[in-house]
Write a new protein. Sequence first.
Length: 656
Amino acid sequence: MAHSVLIVDDSLTVRMDLDQAFRAGGLTPTLAATGAQARAALADQPWDVVVLDVRLPDADGVELLAEIRAEPRHQNTIVLLLSTEAEVQDRVLGLRTGADEYVGKPYDVGYLVSRTRQLLRGPSTPTPEPTTVLVIDDSRTFREHLREALEREGYPVLTAASGEEGLRLAADRRPSAIIVDGVMPGIDGATVIRRVRLDVALRDIPCLLLTADDDDSTELKMLEAGADAFVRKQDDLSVVLAKLATALRHRAGALPISSAGSMHGPTKVLVIDHDGGRRDETVTALQTDGHEVVPATSVADGLSLLGAQPVDCILLDRDLPHLDLAKVIDQTRELPDLQDVPIVVLGDHSDPHALVSCLAAGADHFLARTDGVAILRANVRSQIRRKQSQDRARRIREELLRGELEAIEAQAAKKLAAARAELVAELQWRNEELDAFTGSVTHDLRTPLAVIGGLAEAMLDEDAGALGPRGTHRIERIRAAIFRMSDLVDSLLLLSRASRSELRIEPTDLSALAWDVADELRRRDPDRQVEVEVEPDMVAAGDPGLLRVVLANLVGNSWKFTGVEGAGRITIGSAAQGDETAYFIRDNGVGFAPSDAERIFRPFQRVHKATEFPGTGIGLTTVQRIVERHGGRVWAESEIGRGAVFTFTLPAGPVD
């Protein structure tokens, strides 16, 4: 679908001129003569582009631009300002208000359309239609005859009536091939091809040159100019089609990077000169080559413009009052996107000393006005072409470096993955070995502990009188230590089982398990005032025995830390969480610091004094291993004095 363009200008001539040019460029323009008409059109629909005159009979274009930028529906609209005002500050005001481009009148319609299409494309290189062919010929009859023949073969065709128009169209549309007439008014076909070959953005496009000349020397001249093929107009058109197909078949592949802009496309030149007559002469000469030229009378104005919009080349008068050339060049290079902008210094006469001093100050070239406008134009083209070549080379280097870095990263990632896999395998083996050792040792500890415990009980029951108070106290301390040791052994055995036992996945009634755990806690500690609430019908797919261990630890923790002061409350429930179900145990107990939320799942970590809240410090580690073996996660949230919430997830699975 063609892009929509709203053209707002009170001049009927300008509106008609732009309407014709934008339609020829493949865009869909709508015309408005006043600010009121423009506001009505803007309220009616969003626009891709607005071309806006700064001076309207009933509105100020900059104020209307501010209204456009304030409206969310127009935030992506491209706005180009047109103005007869030559003041740089007016241009800067328009750009800083939000204009994407500011074009002075009298404008170059080709530049305006090309710049619009460039802004619509964005910073990336345009992607042309496959095998698009540009035909450049001043003969309308032959041009249309060739266009019809190409379209019958399936080629999309662009046409131009002059070499200048053809170069601009090539820069804008980037065709797949160019067919150009050798003899035309203005620049001839050989010159067109030479300029294409000198343009970093166009140099790889195949070019066929047409001529009515039968002289063999003509073919040699055309091929030396850079043509890929030479075709006589008197030949059958099938010859043109055959040579075109061959040229397209041999076409160089496109670089996998953004190409530099074409020097025949929209380019902007800043001219800083305090002499109005010389400045106007320079502007007129550069506009001949299709550049958009911005005149400025002082360095301050020039730097102000460059701060709002970069340019492709700067021409600087050497005789500006109080000019510190090195300082100005340094200030320019410090601006964004202008580190490599060509700076050409203009003087009245050729002067080797002036040339050396200007180059030493950082300028790219020095030109004498006495050399003439042709030399000036050629040097500006050369400087822009050099800058584009540097940009292209830098992009190639960056692409190659990026490719090397990606290859190095891929190789490093491969080595890292292999090392990680090896480490994980060894760690898993070590963990299994440690779990087996822990299970074996803790199991073997049970027998001696039972013997010691039994002897301690017997001594307290049978020999209490003979022991005396001190002996009885010591035996009670031994028995208490045995109880703590037995709890630790049981916890380690449970941790080993949680890590090594085979999972038995089946439908498990978590609500029933939670009530069972709560009833057991109430029997063991009947004096604790804790209210327990359990959500009914919580059923999950998992190992019933291991899930009971999870609830026993989490509900047991809440019971331990709840009801210490006043009535306690524990809530056990669930909530959907994507493809998982989250189960939570919430209490109103003493809580803990948020910074301890991850640490408490590590083995033997405690956040409360053991004398106040006894425990082994292994329960939450056991919970984490069981939940992770089921493919879930577990975490905690709390604040001191505000209770705690422990949440674990289980993957959704069949429970029937």
